[in-house]
Write a protein that binds this ligand. Sequence first.
Ligand SMILES: Cc1cc2nc3c(=O)[nH]c(=O)nc-3n(C[C@H](O)[C@H](O)[C@H](O)COP(=O)(O)OP(=O)(O)OC[C@H]3O[C@@H](n4cnc5c(N)ncnc54)[C@H](O)[C@@H]3O)c2cc1C
Length: 459
Amino acid sequence: MAGCAKQLIRAPKINVLNVIPAIPNHINSQKCSQNRCLSTQSTAPKNKGKYDIAIVGGGIVGMATARQLLLNHPELKLVTLEKEDRIAAHQSGHNSGVIHAGIYYTPGSLKAKLCVSGLKMAYEYCAKNNIPYKKCGKLVVATNEEENSRLGGLFERGLQNEVPDLKLIGPDEIKKIEPFCKGLRAIHSPITGIVDWGEVTVSYGTNFKKLGGEIMTNFEVSDFKMSQSDPDYPVTVIGAQPNQEIQCKYVLTCGGLQADRIAAKSGCNPEPKILPFRGDYLLLKPEAAKMINGNIYPVPNPNFPFLGIHFTPRMNGDVWLGPNAVLAFKREGYKLLDFNARDFVDAVSFRGLQKLVMRNMGYAFGELYRGFMFSATVKASQRFVPDIRVEHVTRGPSGVRAQALDRDGGLVDDFVFDSGEGELGSRMLHVRNSPSPAATASLAIGEMIAQEVKNKFLV
Ligand SMILES: Cc1cc2nc3c(=O)[nH]c(=O)nc-3n(C[C@H](O)[C@H](O)[C@H](O)COP(=O)(O)OP(=O)(O)OC[C@H]3O[C@@H](n4cnc5c(N)ncnc54)[C@H](O)[C@@H]3O)c2cc1C
């Protein structure tokens, strides 16, 4: 822990504003299509291997921030280091593709603020850069009295978060918007949309390169060290391949499912721990896809950060149903039986997970069961779309969520940033928890982190 004695920056518990000013796909590991794959394969660094800032992680958070840093400081030499052969290889390329409106999140939290501002920025960015999106709207549907009373609270939350155009509607209006959907009452959010977040990430990357940034793929950061060889560039970032290294002044890490391990490599706290929660989707057959116009969600279980099994239209016309949330035995494992011994032991030996499982045994088994049995997922969705049947679905893709967990078994809800002390730690800034809606919020997160990088490193 030598390098990182500083406390985690977390909102709203700790006053994050002191440290970071609160400003204002598609399918598993698929082959990349022309417009959604940015693979540079670069092995020989352009800038003689010396950079002002190295950004670790070519997901949507890393790429949005890298781009924003160059927009703010065109004179800087920046490199993004990505361990895979392309950017958006993990969460950013394996998600529901929803442009969230910001209804769910605790008022005043970073998630709430950055989602609401990020949505507006995302629509503007997509329009300007010819990235297709659809403002197809969303219903959050209550199907019984208990859900109905929670729906009221959720609506109030949405209003407090200043989500535009929210309405509470009754059964007749539900039917007008979604003829096959049934409920007592629903929140209607017409501003909610869909987009391919993988394509958006690639666009940020292309933009970053146009601004003079460099992206090095196949560069898995395995260590950081201070070095004397050039006092202007004292941090050496070491790659997993022989002789693979670059030198820089500062490092920003946006490692998603590996965020805790990357932070620990720089001497920072390995907690909160990242736990991988796989989400499996079912794919609706065309005759059933016709029944769904926009996003249809249940009222979420307030004890969990996941939003429940929902219907999500995709940009290519498909409709997905899911995802569930099952502890994955491999951090980047997209198949039901994927297993990695290190990831497994790491997770099950963590006290926080043991406590979480003890408290939520029933929920955990329910989700696992849904992972294996289509019929259980379909049954959950029949509560609000009764005509959906098992024969309407086939197995779809999966995504793995990086969920931060503390040692008491608490799921860390908000975005978390962490930085350190000492020679190495004070030159690092880590994004430790960037779960949903981080894709929606990515441009706002990028602005916020770029501001923090300026305050911490450049002023
Ligand atoms: C199933 C699912 C559904 C979701 N739905 C939505 C949604 O509808 N809307 C929404 O807004 N958000 C959604 N999200 C959340 C959103 O996808 C994530 O919050 C966001 O993609 C996080 O981006 P990231 O850049 O932090 O992480 P990632 O995209 O995971 O990127 C991290 C990158 O770091 C790289 N990396 C890791 N270790 C190293 C290393 N040692 N060296 C170099 N590179 C490294 C990885 O290869 C990866 O490319 C969903 C997520 C999931 C999983």
